[in-house]
Design a protein around this ligand. Structure first.
Ligand code: GLY
Ligand code: MN
Ligand code: MN
Length: 437
């Protein structure tokens, strides 16, 4: 937790930006996995956590936008609960720790919300139970408030020094996970032996994984969470895994290496292109440049690198305009990162990643870029280029003649079982440029 003033200042800034209405920021509840007492690991809602700090269930925050008055709502636990859970701080104490007032019980919160219904402003819900709660209390036609969404995005997008310190902690644990994985993975092992090792390290670091880890010899399957393959000598093992610090801030790192031996010449040729794309993007990241530009530059570099290997052909500018590089990198160069790995994705990807000057592309590949807008000092982003050989996609493009003037489909045959390479770092935009966390 940060000092109370951090949360009080954030709430004051939010109130000044929103100006009117009652801002309602509900915390998460426990989510039963198989029955009530066997719940998923608890993780607080990131917006609640940003403004109210506590990583505890069954709390809610309200902020009167006109006055800035902030109240924390919740029920003090009964003796019955003390027997099972031990003594817990009272809601009044929890409120004091974040510089807020105690609101009332959850029943009193219900009554207040119903009374204020038309003036209540809330963020997009992502859990079914919250959708139901909001409908019951505020009416079936009540919708999330865009002004509130934009105000929260403006605050959360710029990371303070104390937030960056927490992100560095998450990244440090994440890097240790990757180093251990590389030292551990060996021919004959199952992928989940490495997956379990790194998940344990995330827990040992005081948090958990920031998202389900990707540990796969099939790196060409982009979000592959299957960990049941046996590793073979020389397999490219792609690991995309990040720890969440105790404070909730995320790391999101990807490394790819060869199991049981150095990279082969063929693997190294592709690796170098991806590594260069990452290095160049980080070198060019600075306030004022659009992330879309960095994405396009990476696409161009990948196209050029593959052209030198004979896999692509033709004019690089025309090929990038046509989207030919997306055959090899069908995802975006990166996204914001913070309290969430895809930071603020619950608030709407386009509102977070795009603005009046930058519209999301409709082109295959580039349309998956989550962050296109101009970078600003204090933004924390991922830079994660990759090259993948996806047999189903290659076959489709070849059959349909897509970008046929830019791709040497014949030469690609020798890469059908190559897999994929992605390299991902976490980067903060500084006054002049960028710094890798
Ligand atoms: N770990 C998911 C991503 O890199 O976006
Ligand atoms: Mn990742
Ligand atoms: Mn990422």
């Amino acid at each position: 937790m940060f000092p109370p003033a951090t949360y009080a200042t954030r709430r004051q800034q939010l109130a000044e930006s929103v100006q009117t209405g009652l801002i309602f920021l509900p915390g998460n509840r426990e989510a039963p996995m198989r029955y009530t007492d066997n719940a998923y690991p608890f993780r607080q809602d990131s917006n609640f956590r940003y403004f109210a700090g506590h990583n505890l269930p069954d709390l809610a925050l309200t902020i009167d936008a006109a006055t800035g008055a902030s109240r924390l709502w919740g029920d003090d636990i009964s003796l019955d609960h003390v027997i099972w859970m031990g003594e817990q701080p009272s809601v009044a104490e929890l409120a004091q720790q974040i510089g807020a007032e105690r609101g009332g019980t959850l029943a009193e919160l219900s009554a207040t919300l119903k009374a204020y219904a038309r003036d209540v402003k809330f963020l997009p819900p992502y859990r079914a139970e919250r959708v139901t709660f909001l409908k019951e209390h505020l009416g079936a036609d009540a919708g999330a408030d865009e002004g509130l969404i934009r105000a929260v995005i403006a605050l959360r997008s710029v990371k303070s020094a104390e937030e960056l310190e927490q992100m560095s902690i998450a990244v440090k644990t994440s890097l240790a996970m990757h180093a251990a994985a590389k030292a551990h993975a060996a021919p004959g092992q199952l992928e989940h032996e490495t997956a379990g090792l790194i998940e344990g390290m995330a827990i040992a670091g005081g948090g958990r994984l920031a998202y389900p880890a990707i540990v796969t010899r099939n790196g060409q399957i982009l979000h592959n969470h299957y960990h049941g393959n046996v590793l073979q000598k020389g397999d490219l093992l792609l690991i995309d895994a990040g720890a969440e610090a105790t404070s909730g801030y995320a790391g999101d790192i990807t490394r790819t290496f060869s199991v049981g031996q150095p990279l082969t010449k063929k693997q190294e040729e592709i690796y170098r292109i991806v590594d260069q794309a990452k290095t160049e993007a980080i070198a060019n990241a600075r306030p004022g440049i659009q992330n879309r530009t960095l994405h396009d530059q990476a696409g161009r570099l990948i196209f050029d690198g593959l052209k030198a290997l004979g896999l692509t052909k033709g004019d690089p500018d025309e090929s990038v305009a046509a989207g030919a590089h997306a055959l090899f990198m069908p995802h975006g160069l990166g996204h914001m990162i913070g309290l969430d790995v895809h930071d603020m994705e619950d608030l709407g990807e386009d509102l977070v990643g795009y603005d009046a000057e930058t519209q999301r592309s409709t082109q295959f590949g580039t349309r998956n870029l989550r962050l296109g807008r101009e970078l600003r000092e204090g933004f924390a982003i991922t830079v994660e280029p990759g090259i993948y050989f996806i047999p189903a996609l290659i076959d489709r493009w070849k059959a349909e003649g897509t970008c046929a003037e830019f791709i040497n489909f014949g030469k690609l045959e020798a890469y059908r079982d190559f897999g994929g390479i992605r390299l991902e770092d976490n980067v903060v935009i500084t006054g002049e440029g960028s710094r890798v966390l």
